[in-house]
Design a binder for this molecule. Sequence first.
Ligand SMILES: CC(C)=CCC/C(C)=C/COP(=O)(O)O
Length: 289
Amino acid sequence: MQSTRRNTEGRPLGTCDPSSSGSPAHGGGSRFEFQSLLSSRAPAADPTSARLRASESPVHRRGSFPLAGGGSSPAPPPQVPEEDRIDLNPSFLGIALRSLLAIDLWLSKKLGVCAGESSSWGSMRPLMKLLEISGHGIPWLLGTLYCLSRSDSWAGREVLMNLLFALLLDLLLVSLIKGLVRRRRPAHNQMDMFFTVSVDKYSFPSGHTTRAALVSRFILNHLVLAIPLRVLVVLWAFILGLSRVMLGRHNVTDVAFGFFLGYMQYSIVDYCWLSPHTAPVLFVLWNQP
Ligand SMILES: CC(C)=CCC/C(C)=C/COP(=O)(O)O
């Protein structure tokens, strides 16, 4: 005769969740183990089925037969470290992201041909480091401040004031994102960069690349340049971004996102454009003797 197994509240098991027979022959043992792990992370939406699963878990069953457990009090459920928990049903997005990251790491390692003196393109490293300085924040900030101090036209001052604002905004946003994401630089990177701050131990996004994209878009929009010079500006930004991966400083995705962020930052600067009309205080202050 078949008896209906019931939970602690007397409800027949299986009426709410037919798959939860709990029989190891049905894979029930391991299934419950994972269900209880998953439910410890995200409680079930339906409290009844959550209770049913808990009452069926092997841990709970051991505890509900005092004699079998030697008469001791029910054992507490084992604490499984977060990193040991297995997500049995990774989403499509999760798989796609993991695949993208794997390709990113593989490609970045392949492209890191100037990461060290002994790398295949190690002799190009000094040239790459020169490019690195051309996109560093310090020369750009000091250069802009110097030009501002020498500028004798309102129009020139307005453009330079906005360039200064753009550079500061870039530093702020990149530091914020680096601090939030905290992605380590590639293992093959040598940390021999000129003047870094604490968040620069992180790599996402590439600060040199955001600056290159921002500044080049700024220059193309506010300086009247001959076509060859315009091409040169775009090439500089592109090669600077590429050199970050070749030097081993960044993964490809750090640089790709850097280009995107720098491009968007210019749109913010353009939207908030500072002028004697929109920010008169700034311009008056700057003209004080
Ligand atoms: C402190 C100042 C003014 C600039 C820091 C510039 C710097 C070292 C950025 C890091 O760039 P990557 O993220 O591309 O390596």
